[in-house]
Design a protein. Structure first.
Length: 361
DNA sequence: AATGAAGGCAACCGCAGAAGG
DNA sequence: GCCTTCTGCGGTTGCCTTCAT
């Protein structure tokens, strides 16, 4: 499309518009209509290119533009339409009177996208992330963290790493009281699993989200990496705040999922969206290791999209009830790791050979 | 109070499709 | 049918403001 950009002409002003320029443009369009954008600047006495004038008019000067914060209804509309249309901002804007595509795009990029990521959803598909392999870099990092955990828990030291310290608290709280016996082991193991679960889920969702945009390639941007780290930190904090010795599972509510049979507690703007199938829900729950979710745990995203990964063959053979996962895990092995032979942990089988994974089983 | 970081938003850039000659 | 022009769209950038240290 060898078209030379309209702004190539030298001498045309760029950058922020002055009130005087705004006034000129406004008066001209109100008087004559915009007509041809290319000729408009000259006729209006503006030293701008037509493109710049059009943008200024459509995004700022147009009289019907609604300014100010987006309402809850608008937010829901954007989320719902985006789940259907994707980044078709102009199409989305047609459903939001007074809002420009640019404004919606900005709102999405600065608010909604981040929120979805932090909730553990893929902002492109509006579905919970299930890309386990995308989290492998995080697993490696977690392996290092695990070593720190072991050192902290056994040595009883303080630990500068927040996550490590939190996990150490979990472990110590669960195992506290000394001798422990079987019950303490169960609690410790459960705490470990829950902590790992939170970290993995968070890492998988955020990292996969970051790498999911645009046709599959691409390195993660620093921005997304930050979001990932933030989400991981949030998940870790959530895990650490739960009483490890209790029987209440640490659900991923903090990152947007609901577990333990309760409904979504995080404010969810997808409530009007179609409900995904129970099969999808179960597959997601199994992979994420989130116990006890009902179908209503994932009512917040579009149901028309295919699953991100077909996990049924991996998961259905290992467990049939997400709740079994935790209960079985809790009785699997002792704190030192060692080893339960046949684990209900829903990893692909070849992961059972991984020292890091097996140590948690 | 000063400074750096992060967030929010306006504007620019380049591409693609439609329209006209 | 081809070429040029115009318009619209989506991605990205950079500036300004706000917040945290």
């Amino acid at each position: 499309m060898g078209r030379s950009p309209c702004c190539d002409e030298s001498g045309l002003k760029k950058g922020p518009w002055t009130p005087e320029e705004d006034e000129k443009l406004l008066h001209y369009i109100q008087k004559n209509g915009h007509g041809s954008w290319r000729t408009l600047p000259r006729l209006a006495g503006l030293n701008r290119c037509g493109k710049s004038c059009r943008l200024r008019w459509t995004n700022y000067l147009r009289p019907d533009i609604k300014r100010g914060k987006f309402s809850q209804e608008e937010e829901q509309t954007i989320l719902h339409l985006h789940s259907i249309l994707g980044n078709k901002w102009s199409a989305i804007a047609t459903h939001l009177p007074g809002r420009t595509d640019n404004e919606i795009k900005n709102f999405w990029n600065t608010h909604l996208k981040k929120r979805l990521i932090q909730m553990g959803f893929d902002p492109m598909t509006h579905r919970p992330r299930t890309d386990f392999f995308a989290a492998l870099p995080q697993l490696i990092a977690l392996a290092t963290l695990r070593d720190q955990l072991a050192a902290t828990a056994c040595g009883g030291g303080g630990g500068g790493d927040t996550a490590a310290a939190a996990a150490a608290q979990i472990m110590q709280g669960a195992g506290g009281g000394g001798g422990g016996g079987g019950g303490a082991d169960v609690a410790i193991q459960a705490a470990k699993m829950q902590y790992l679960q939170c970290l993995l889920q968070s890492a998988a969702s955020t990292i996969a989200s970051a790498g999911s945009g645009g046709g599959g390639g691409g390195a993660m941007s620093a921005h997304d990496a930050d979001a990932a780290l933030a989400a991981a930190a949030a998940a870790a904090a959530t895990c650490s705040s739960s009483p490890a010795g209790s029987s209440v599972p640490i659900t991923p509510t903090a990152v947007g999922h609901s577990g333990g049979g309760q409904t979504q507690t995080t404010p969810c703007a997808f409530s009007e969206a179609p409900v995904i199938t129970s099969d999808d829900v179960e597959a997601n729950l199994r992979l994420l290791g989130c116990g006890g979710g009902g179908a209503d745990a994932f009512t917040c995203h579009g149901g028309s999209l295919p699953p991100l990964a077909d996990l049924s063959d991996v998961t259905t053979t290992t467990m049939t009830n997400p709740l079994d996962w935790c209960s079985a895990t809790a009785s699997a092995s002792s704190c030192g790791g060692g080893g339960g032979a046949s684990s209900p942990f829903p990893w692909p089988e070849f992961f059972h050979d991984d020292p890091f994974i097996t140590d948690f089983l």
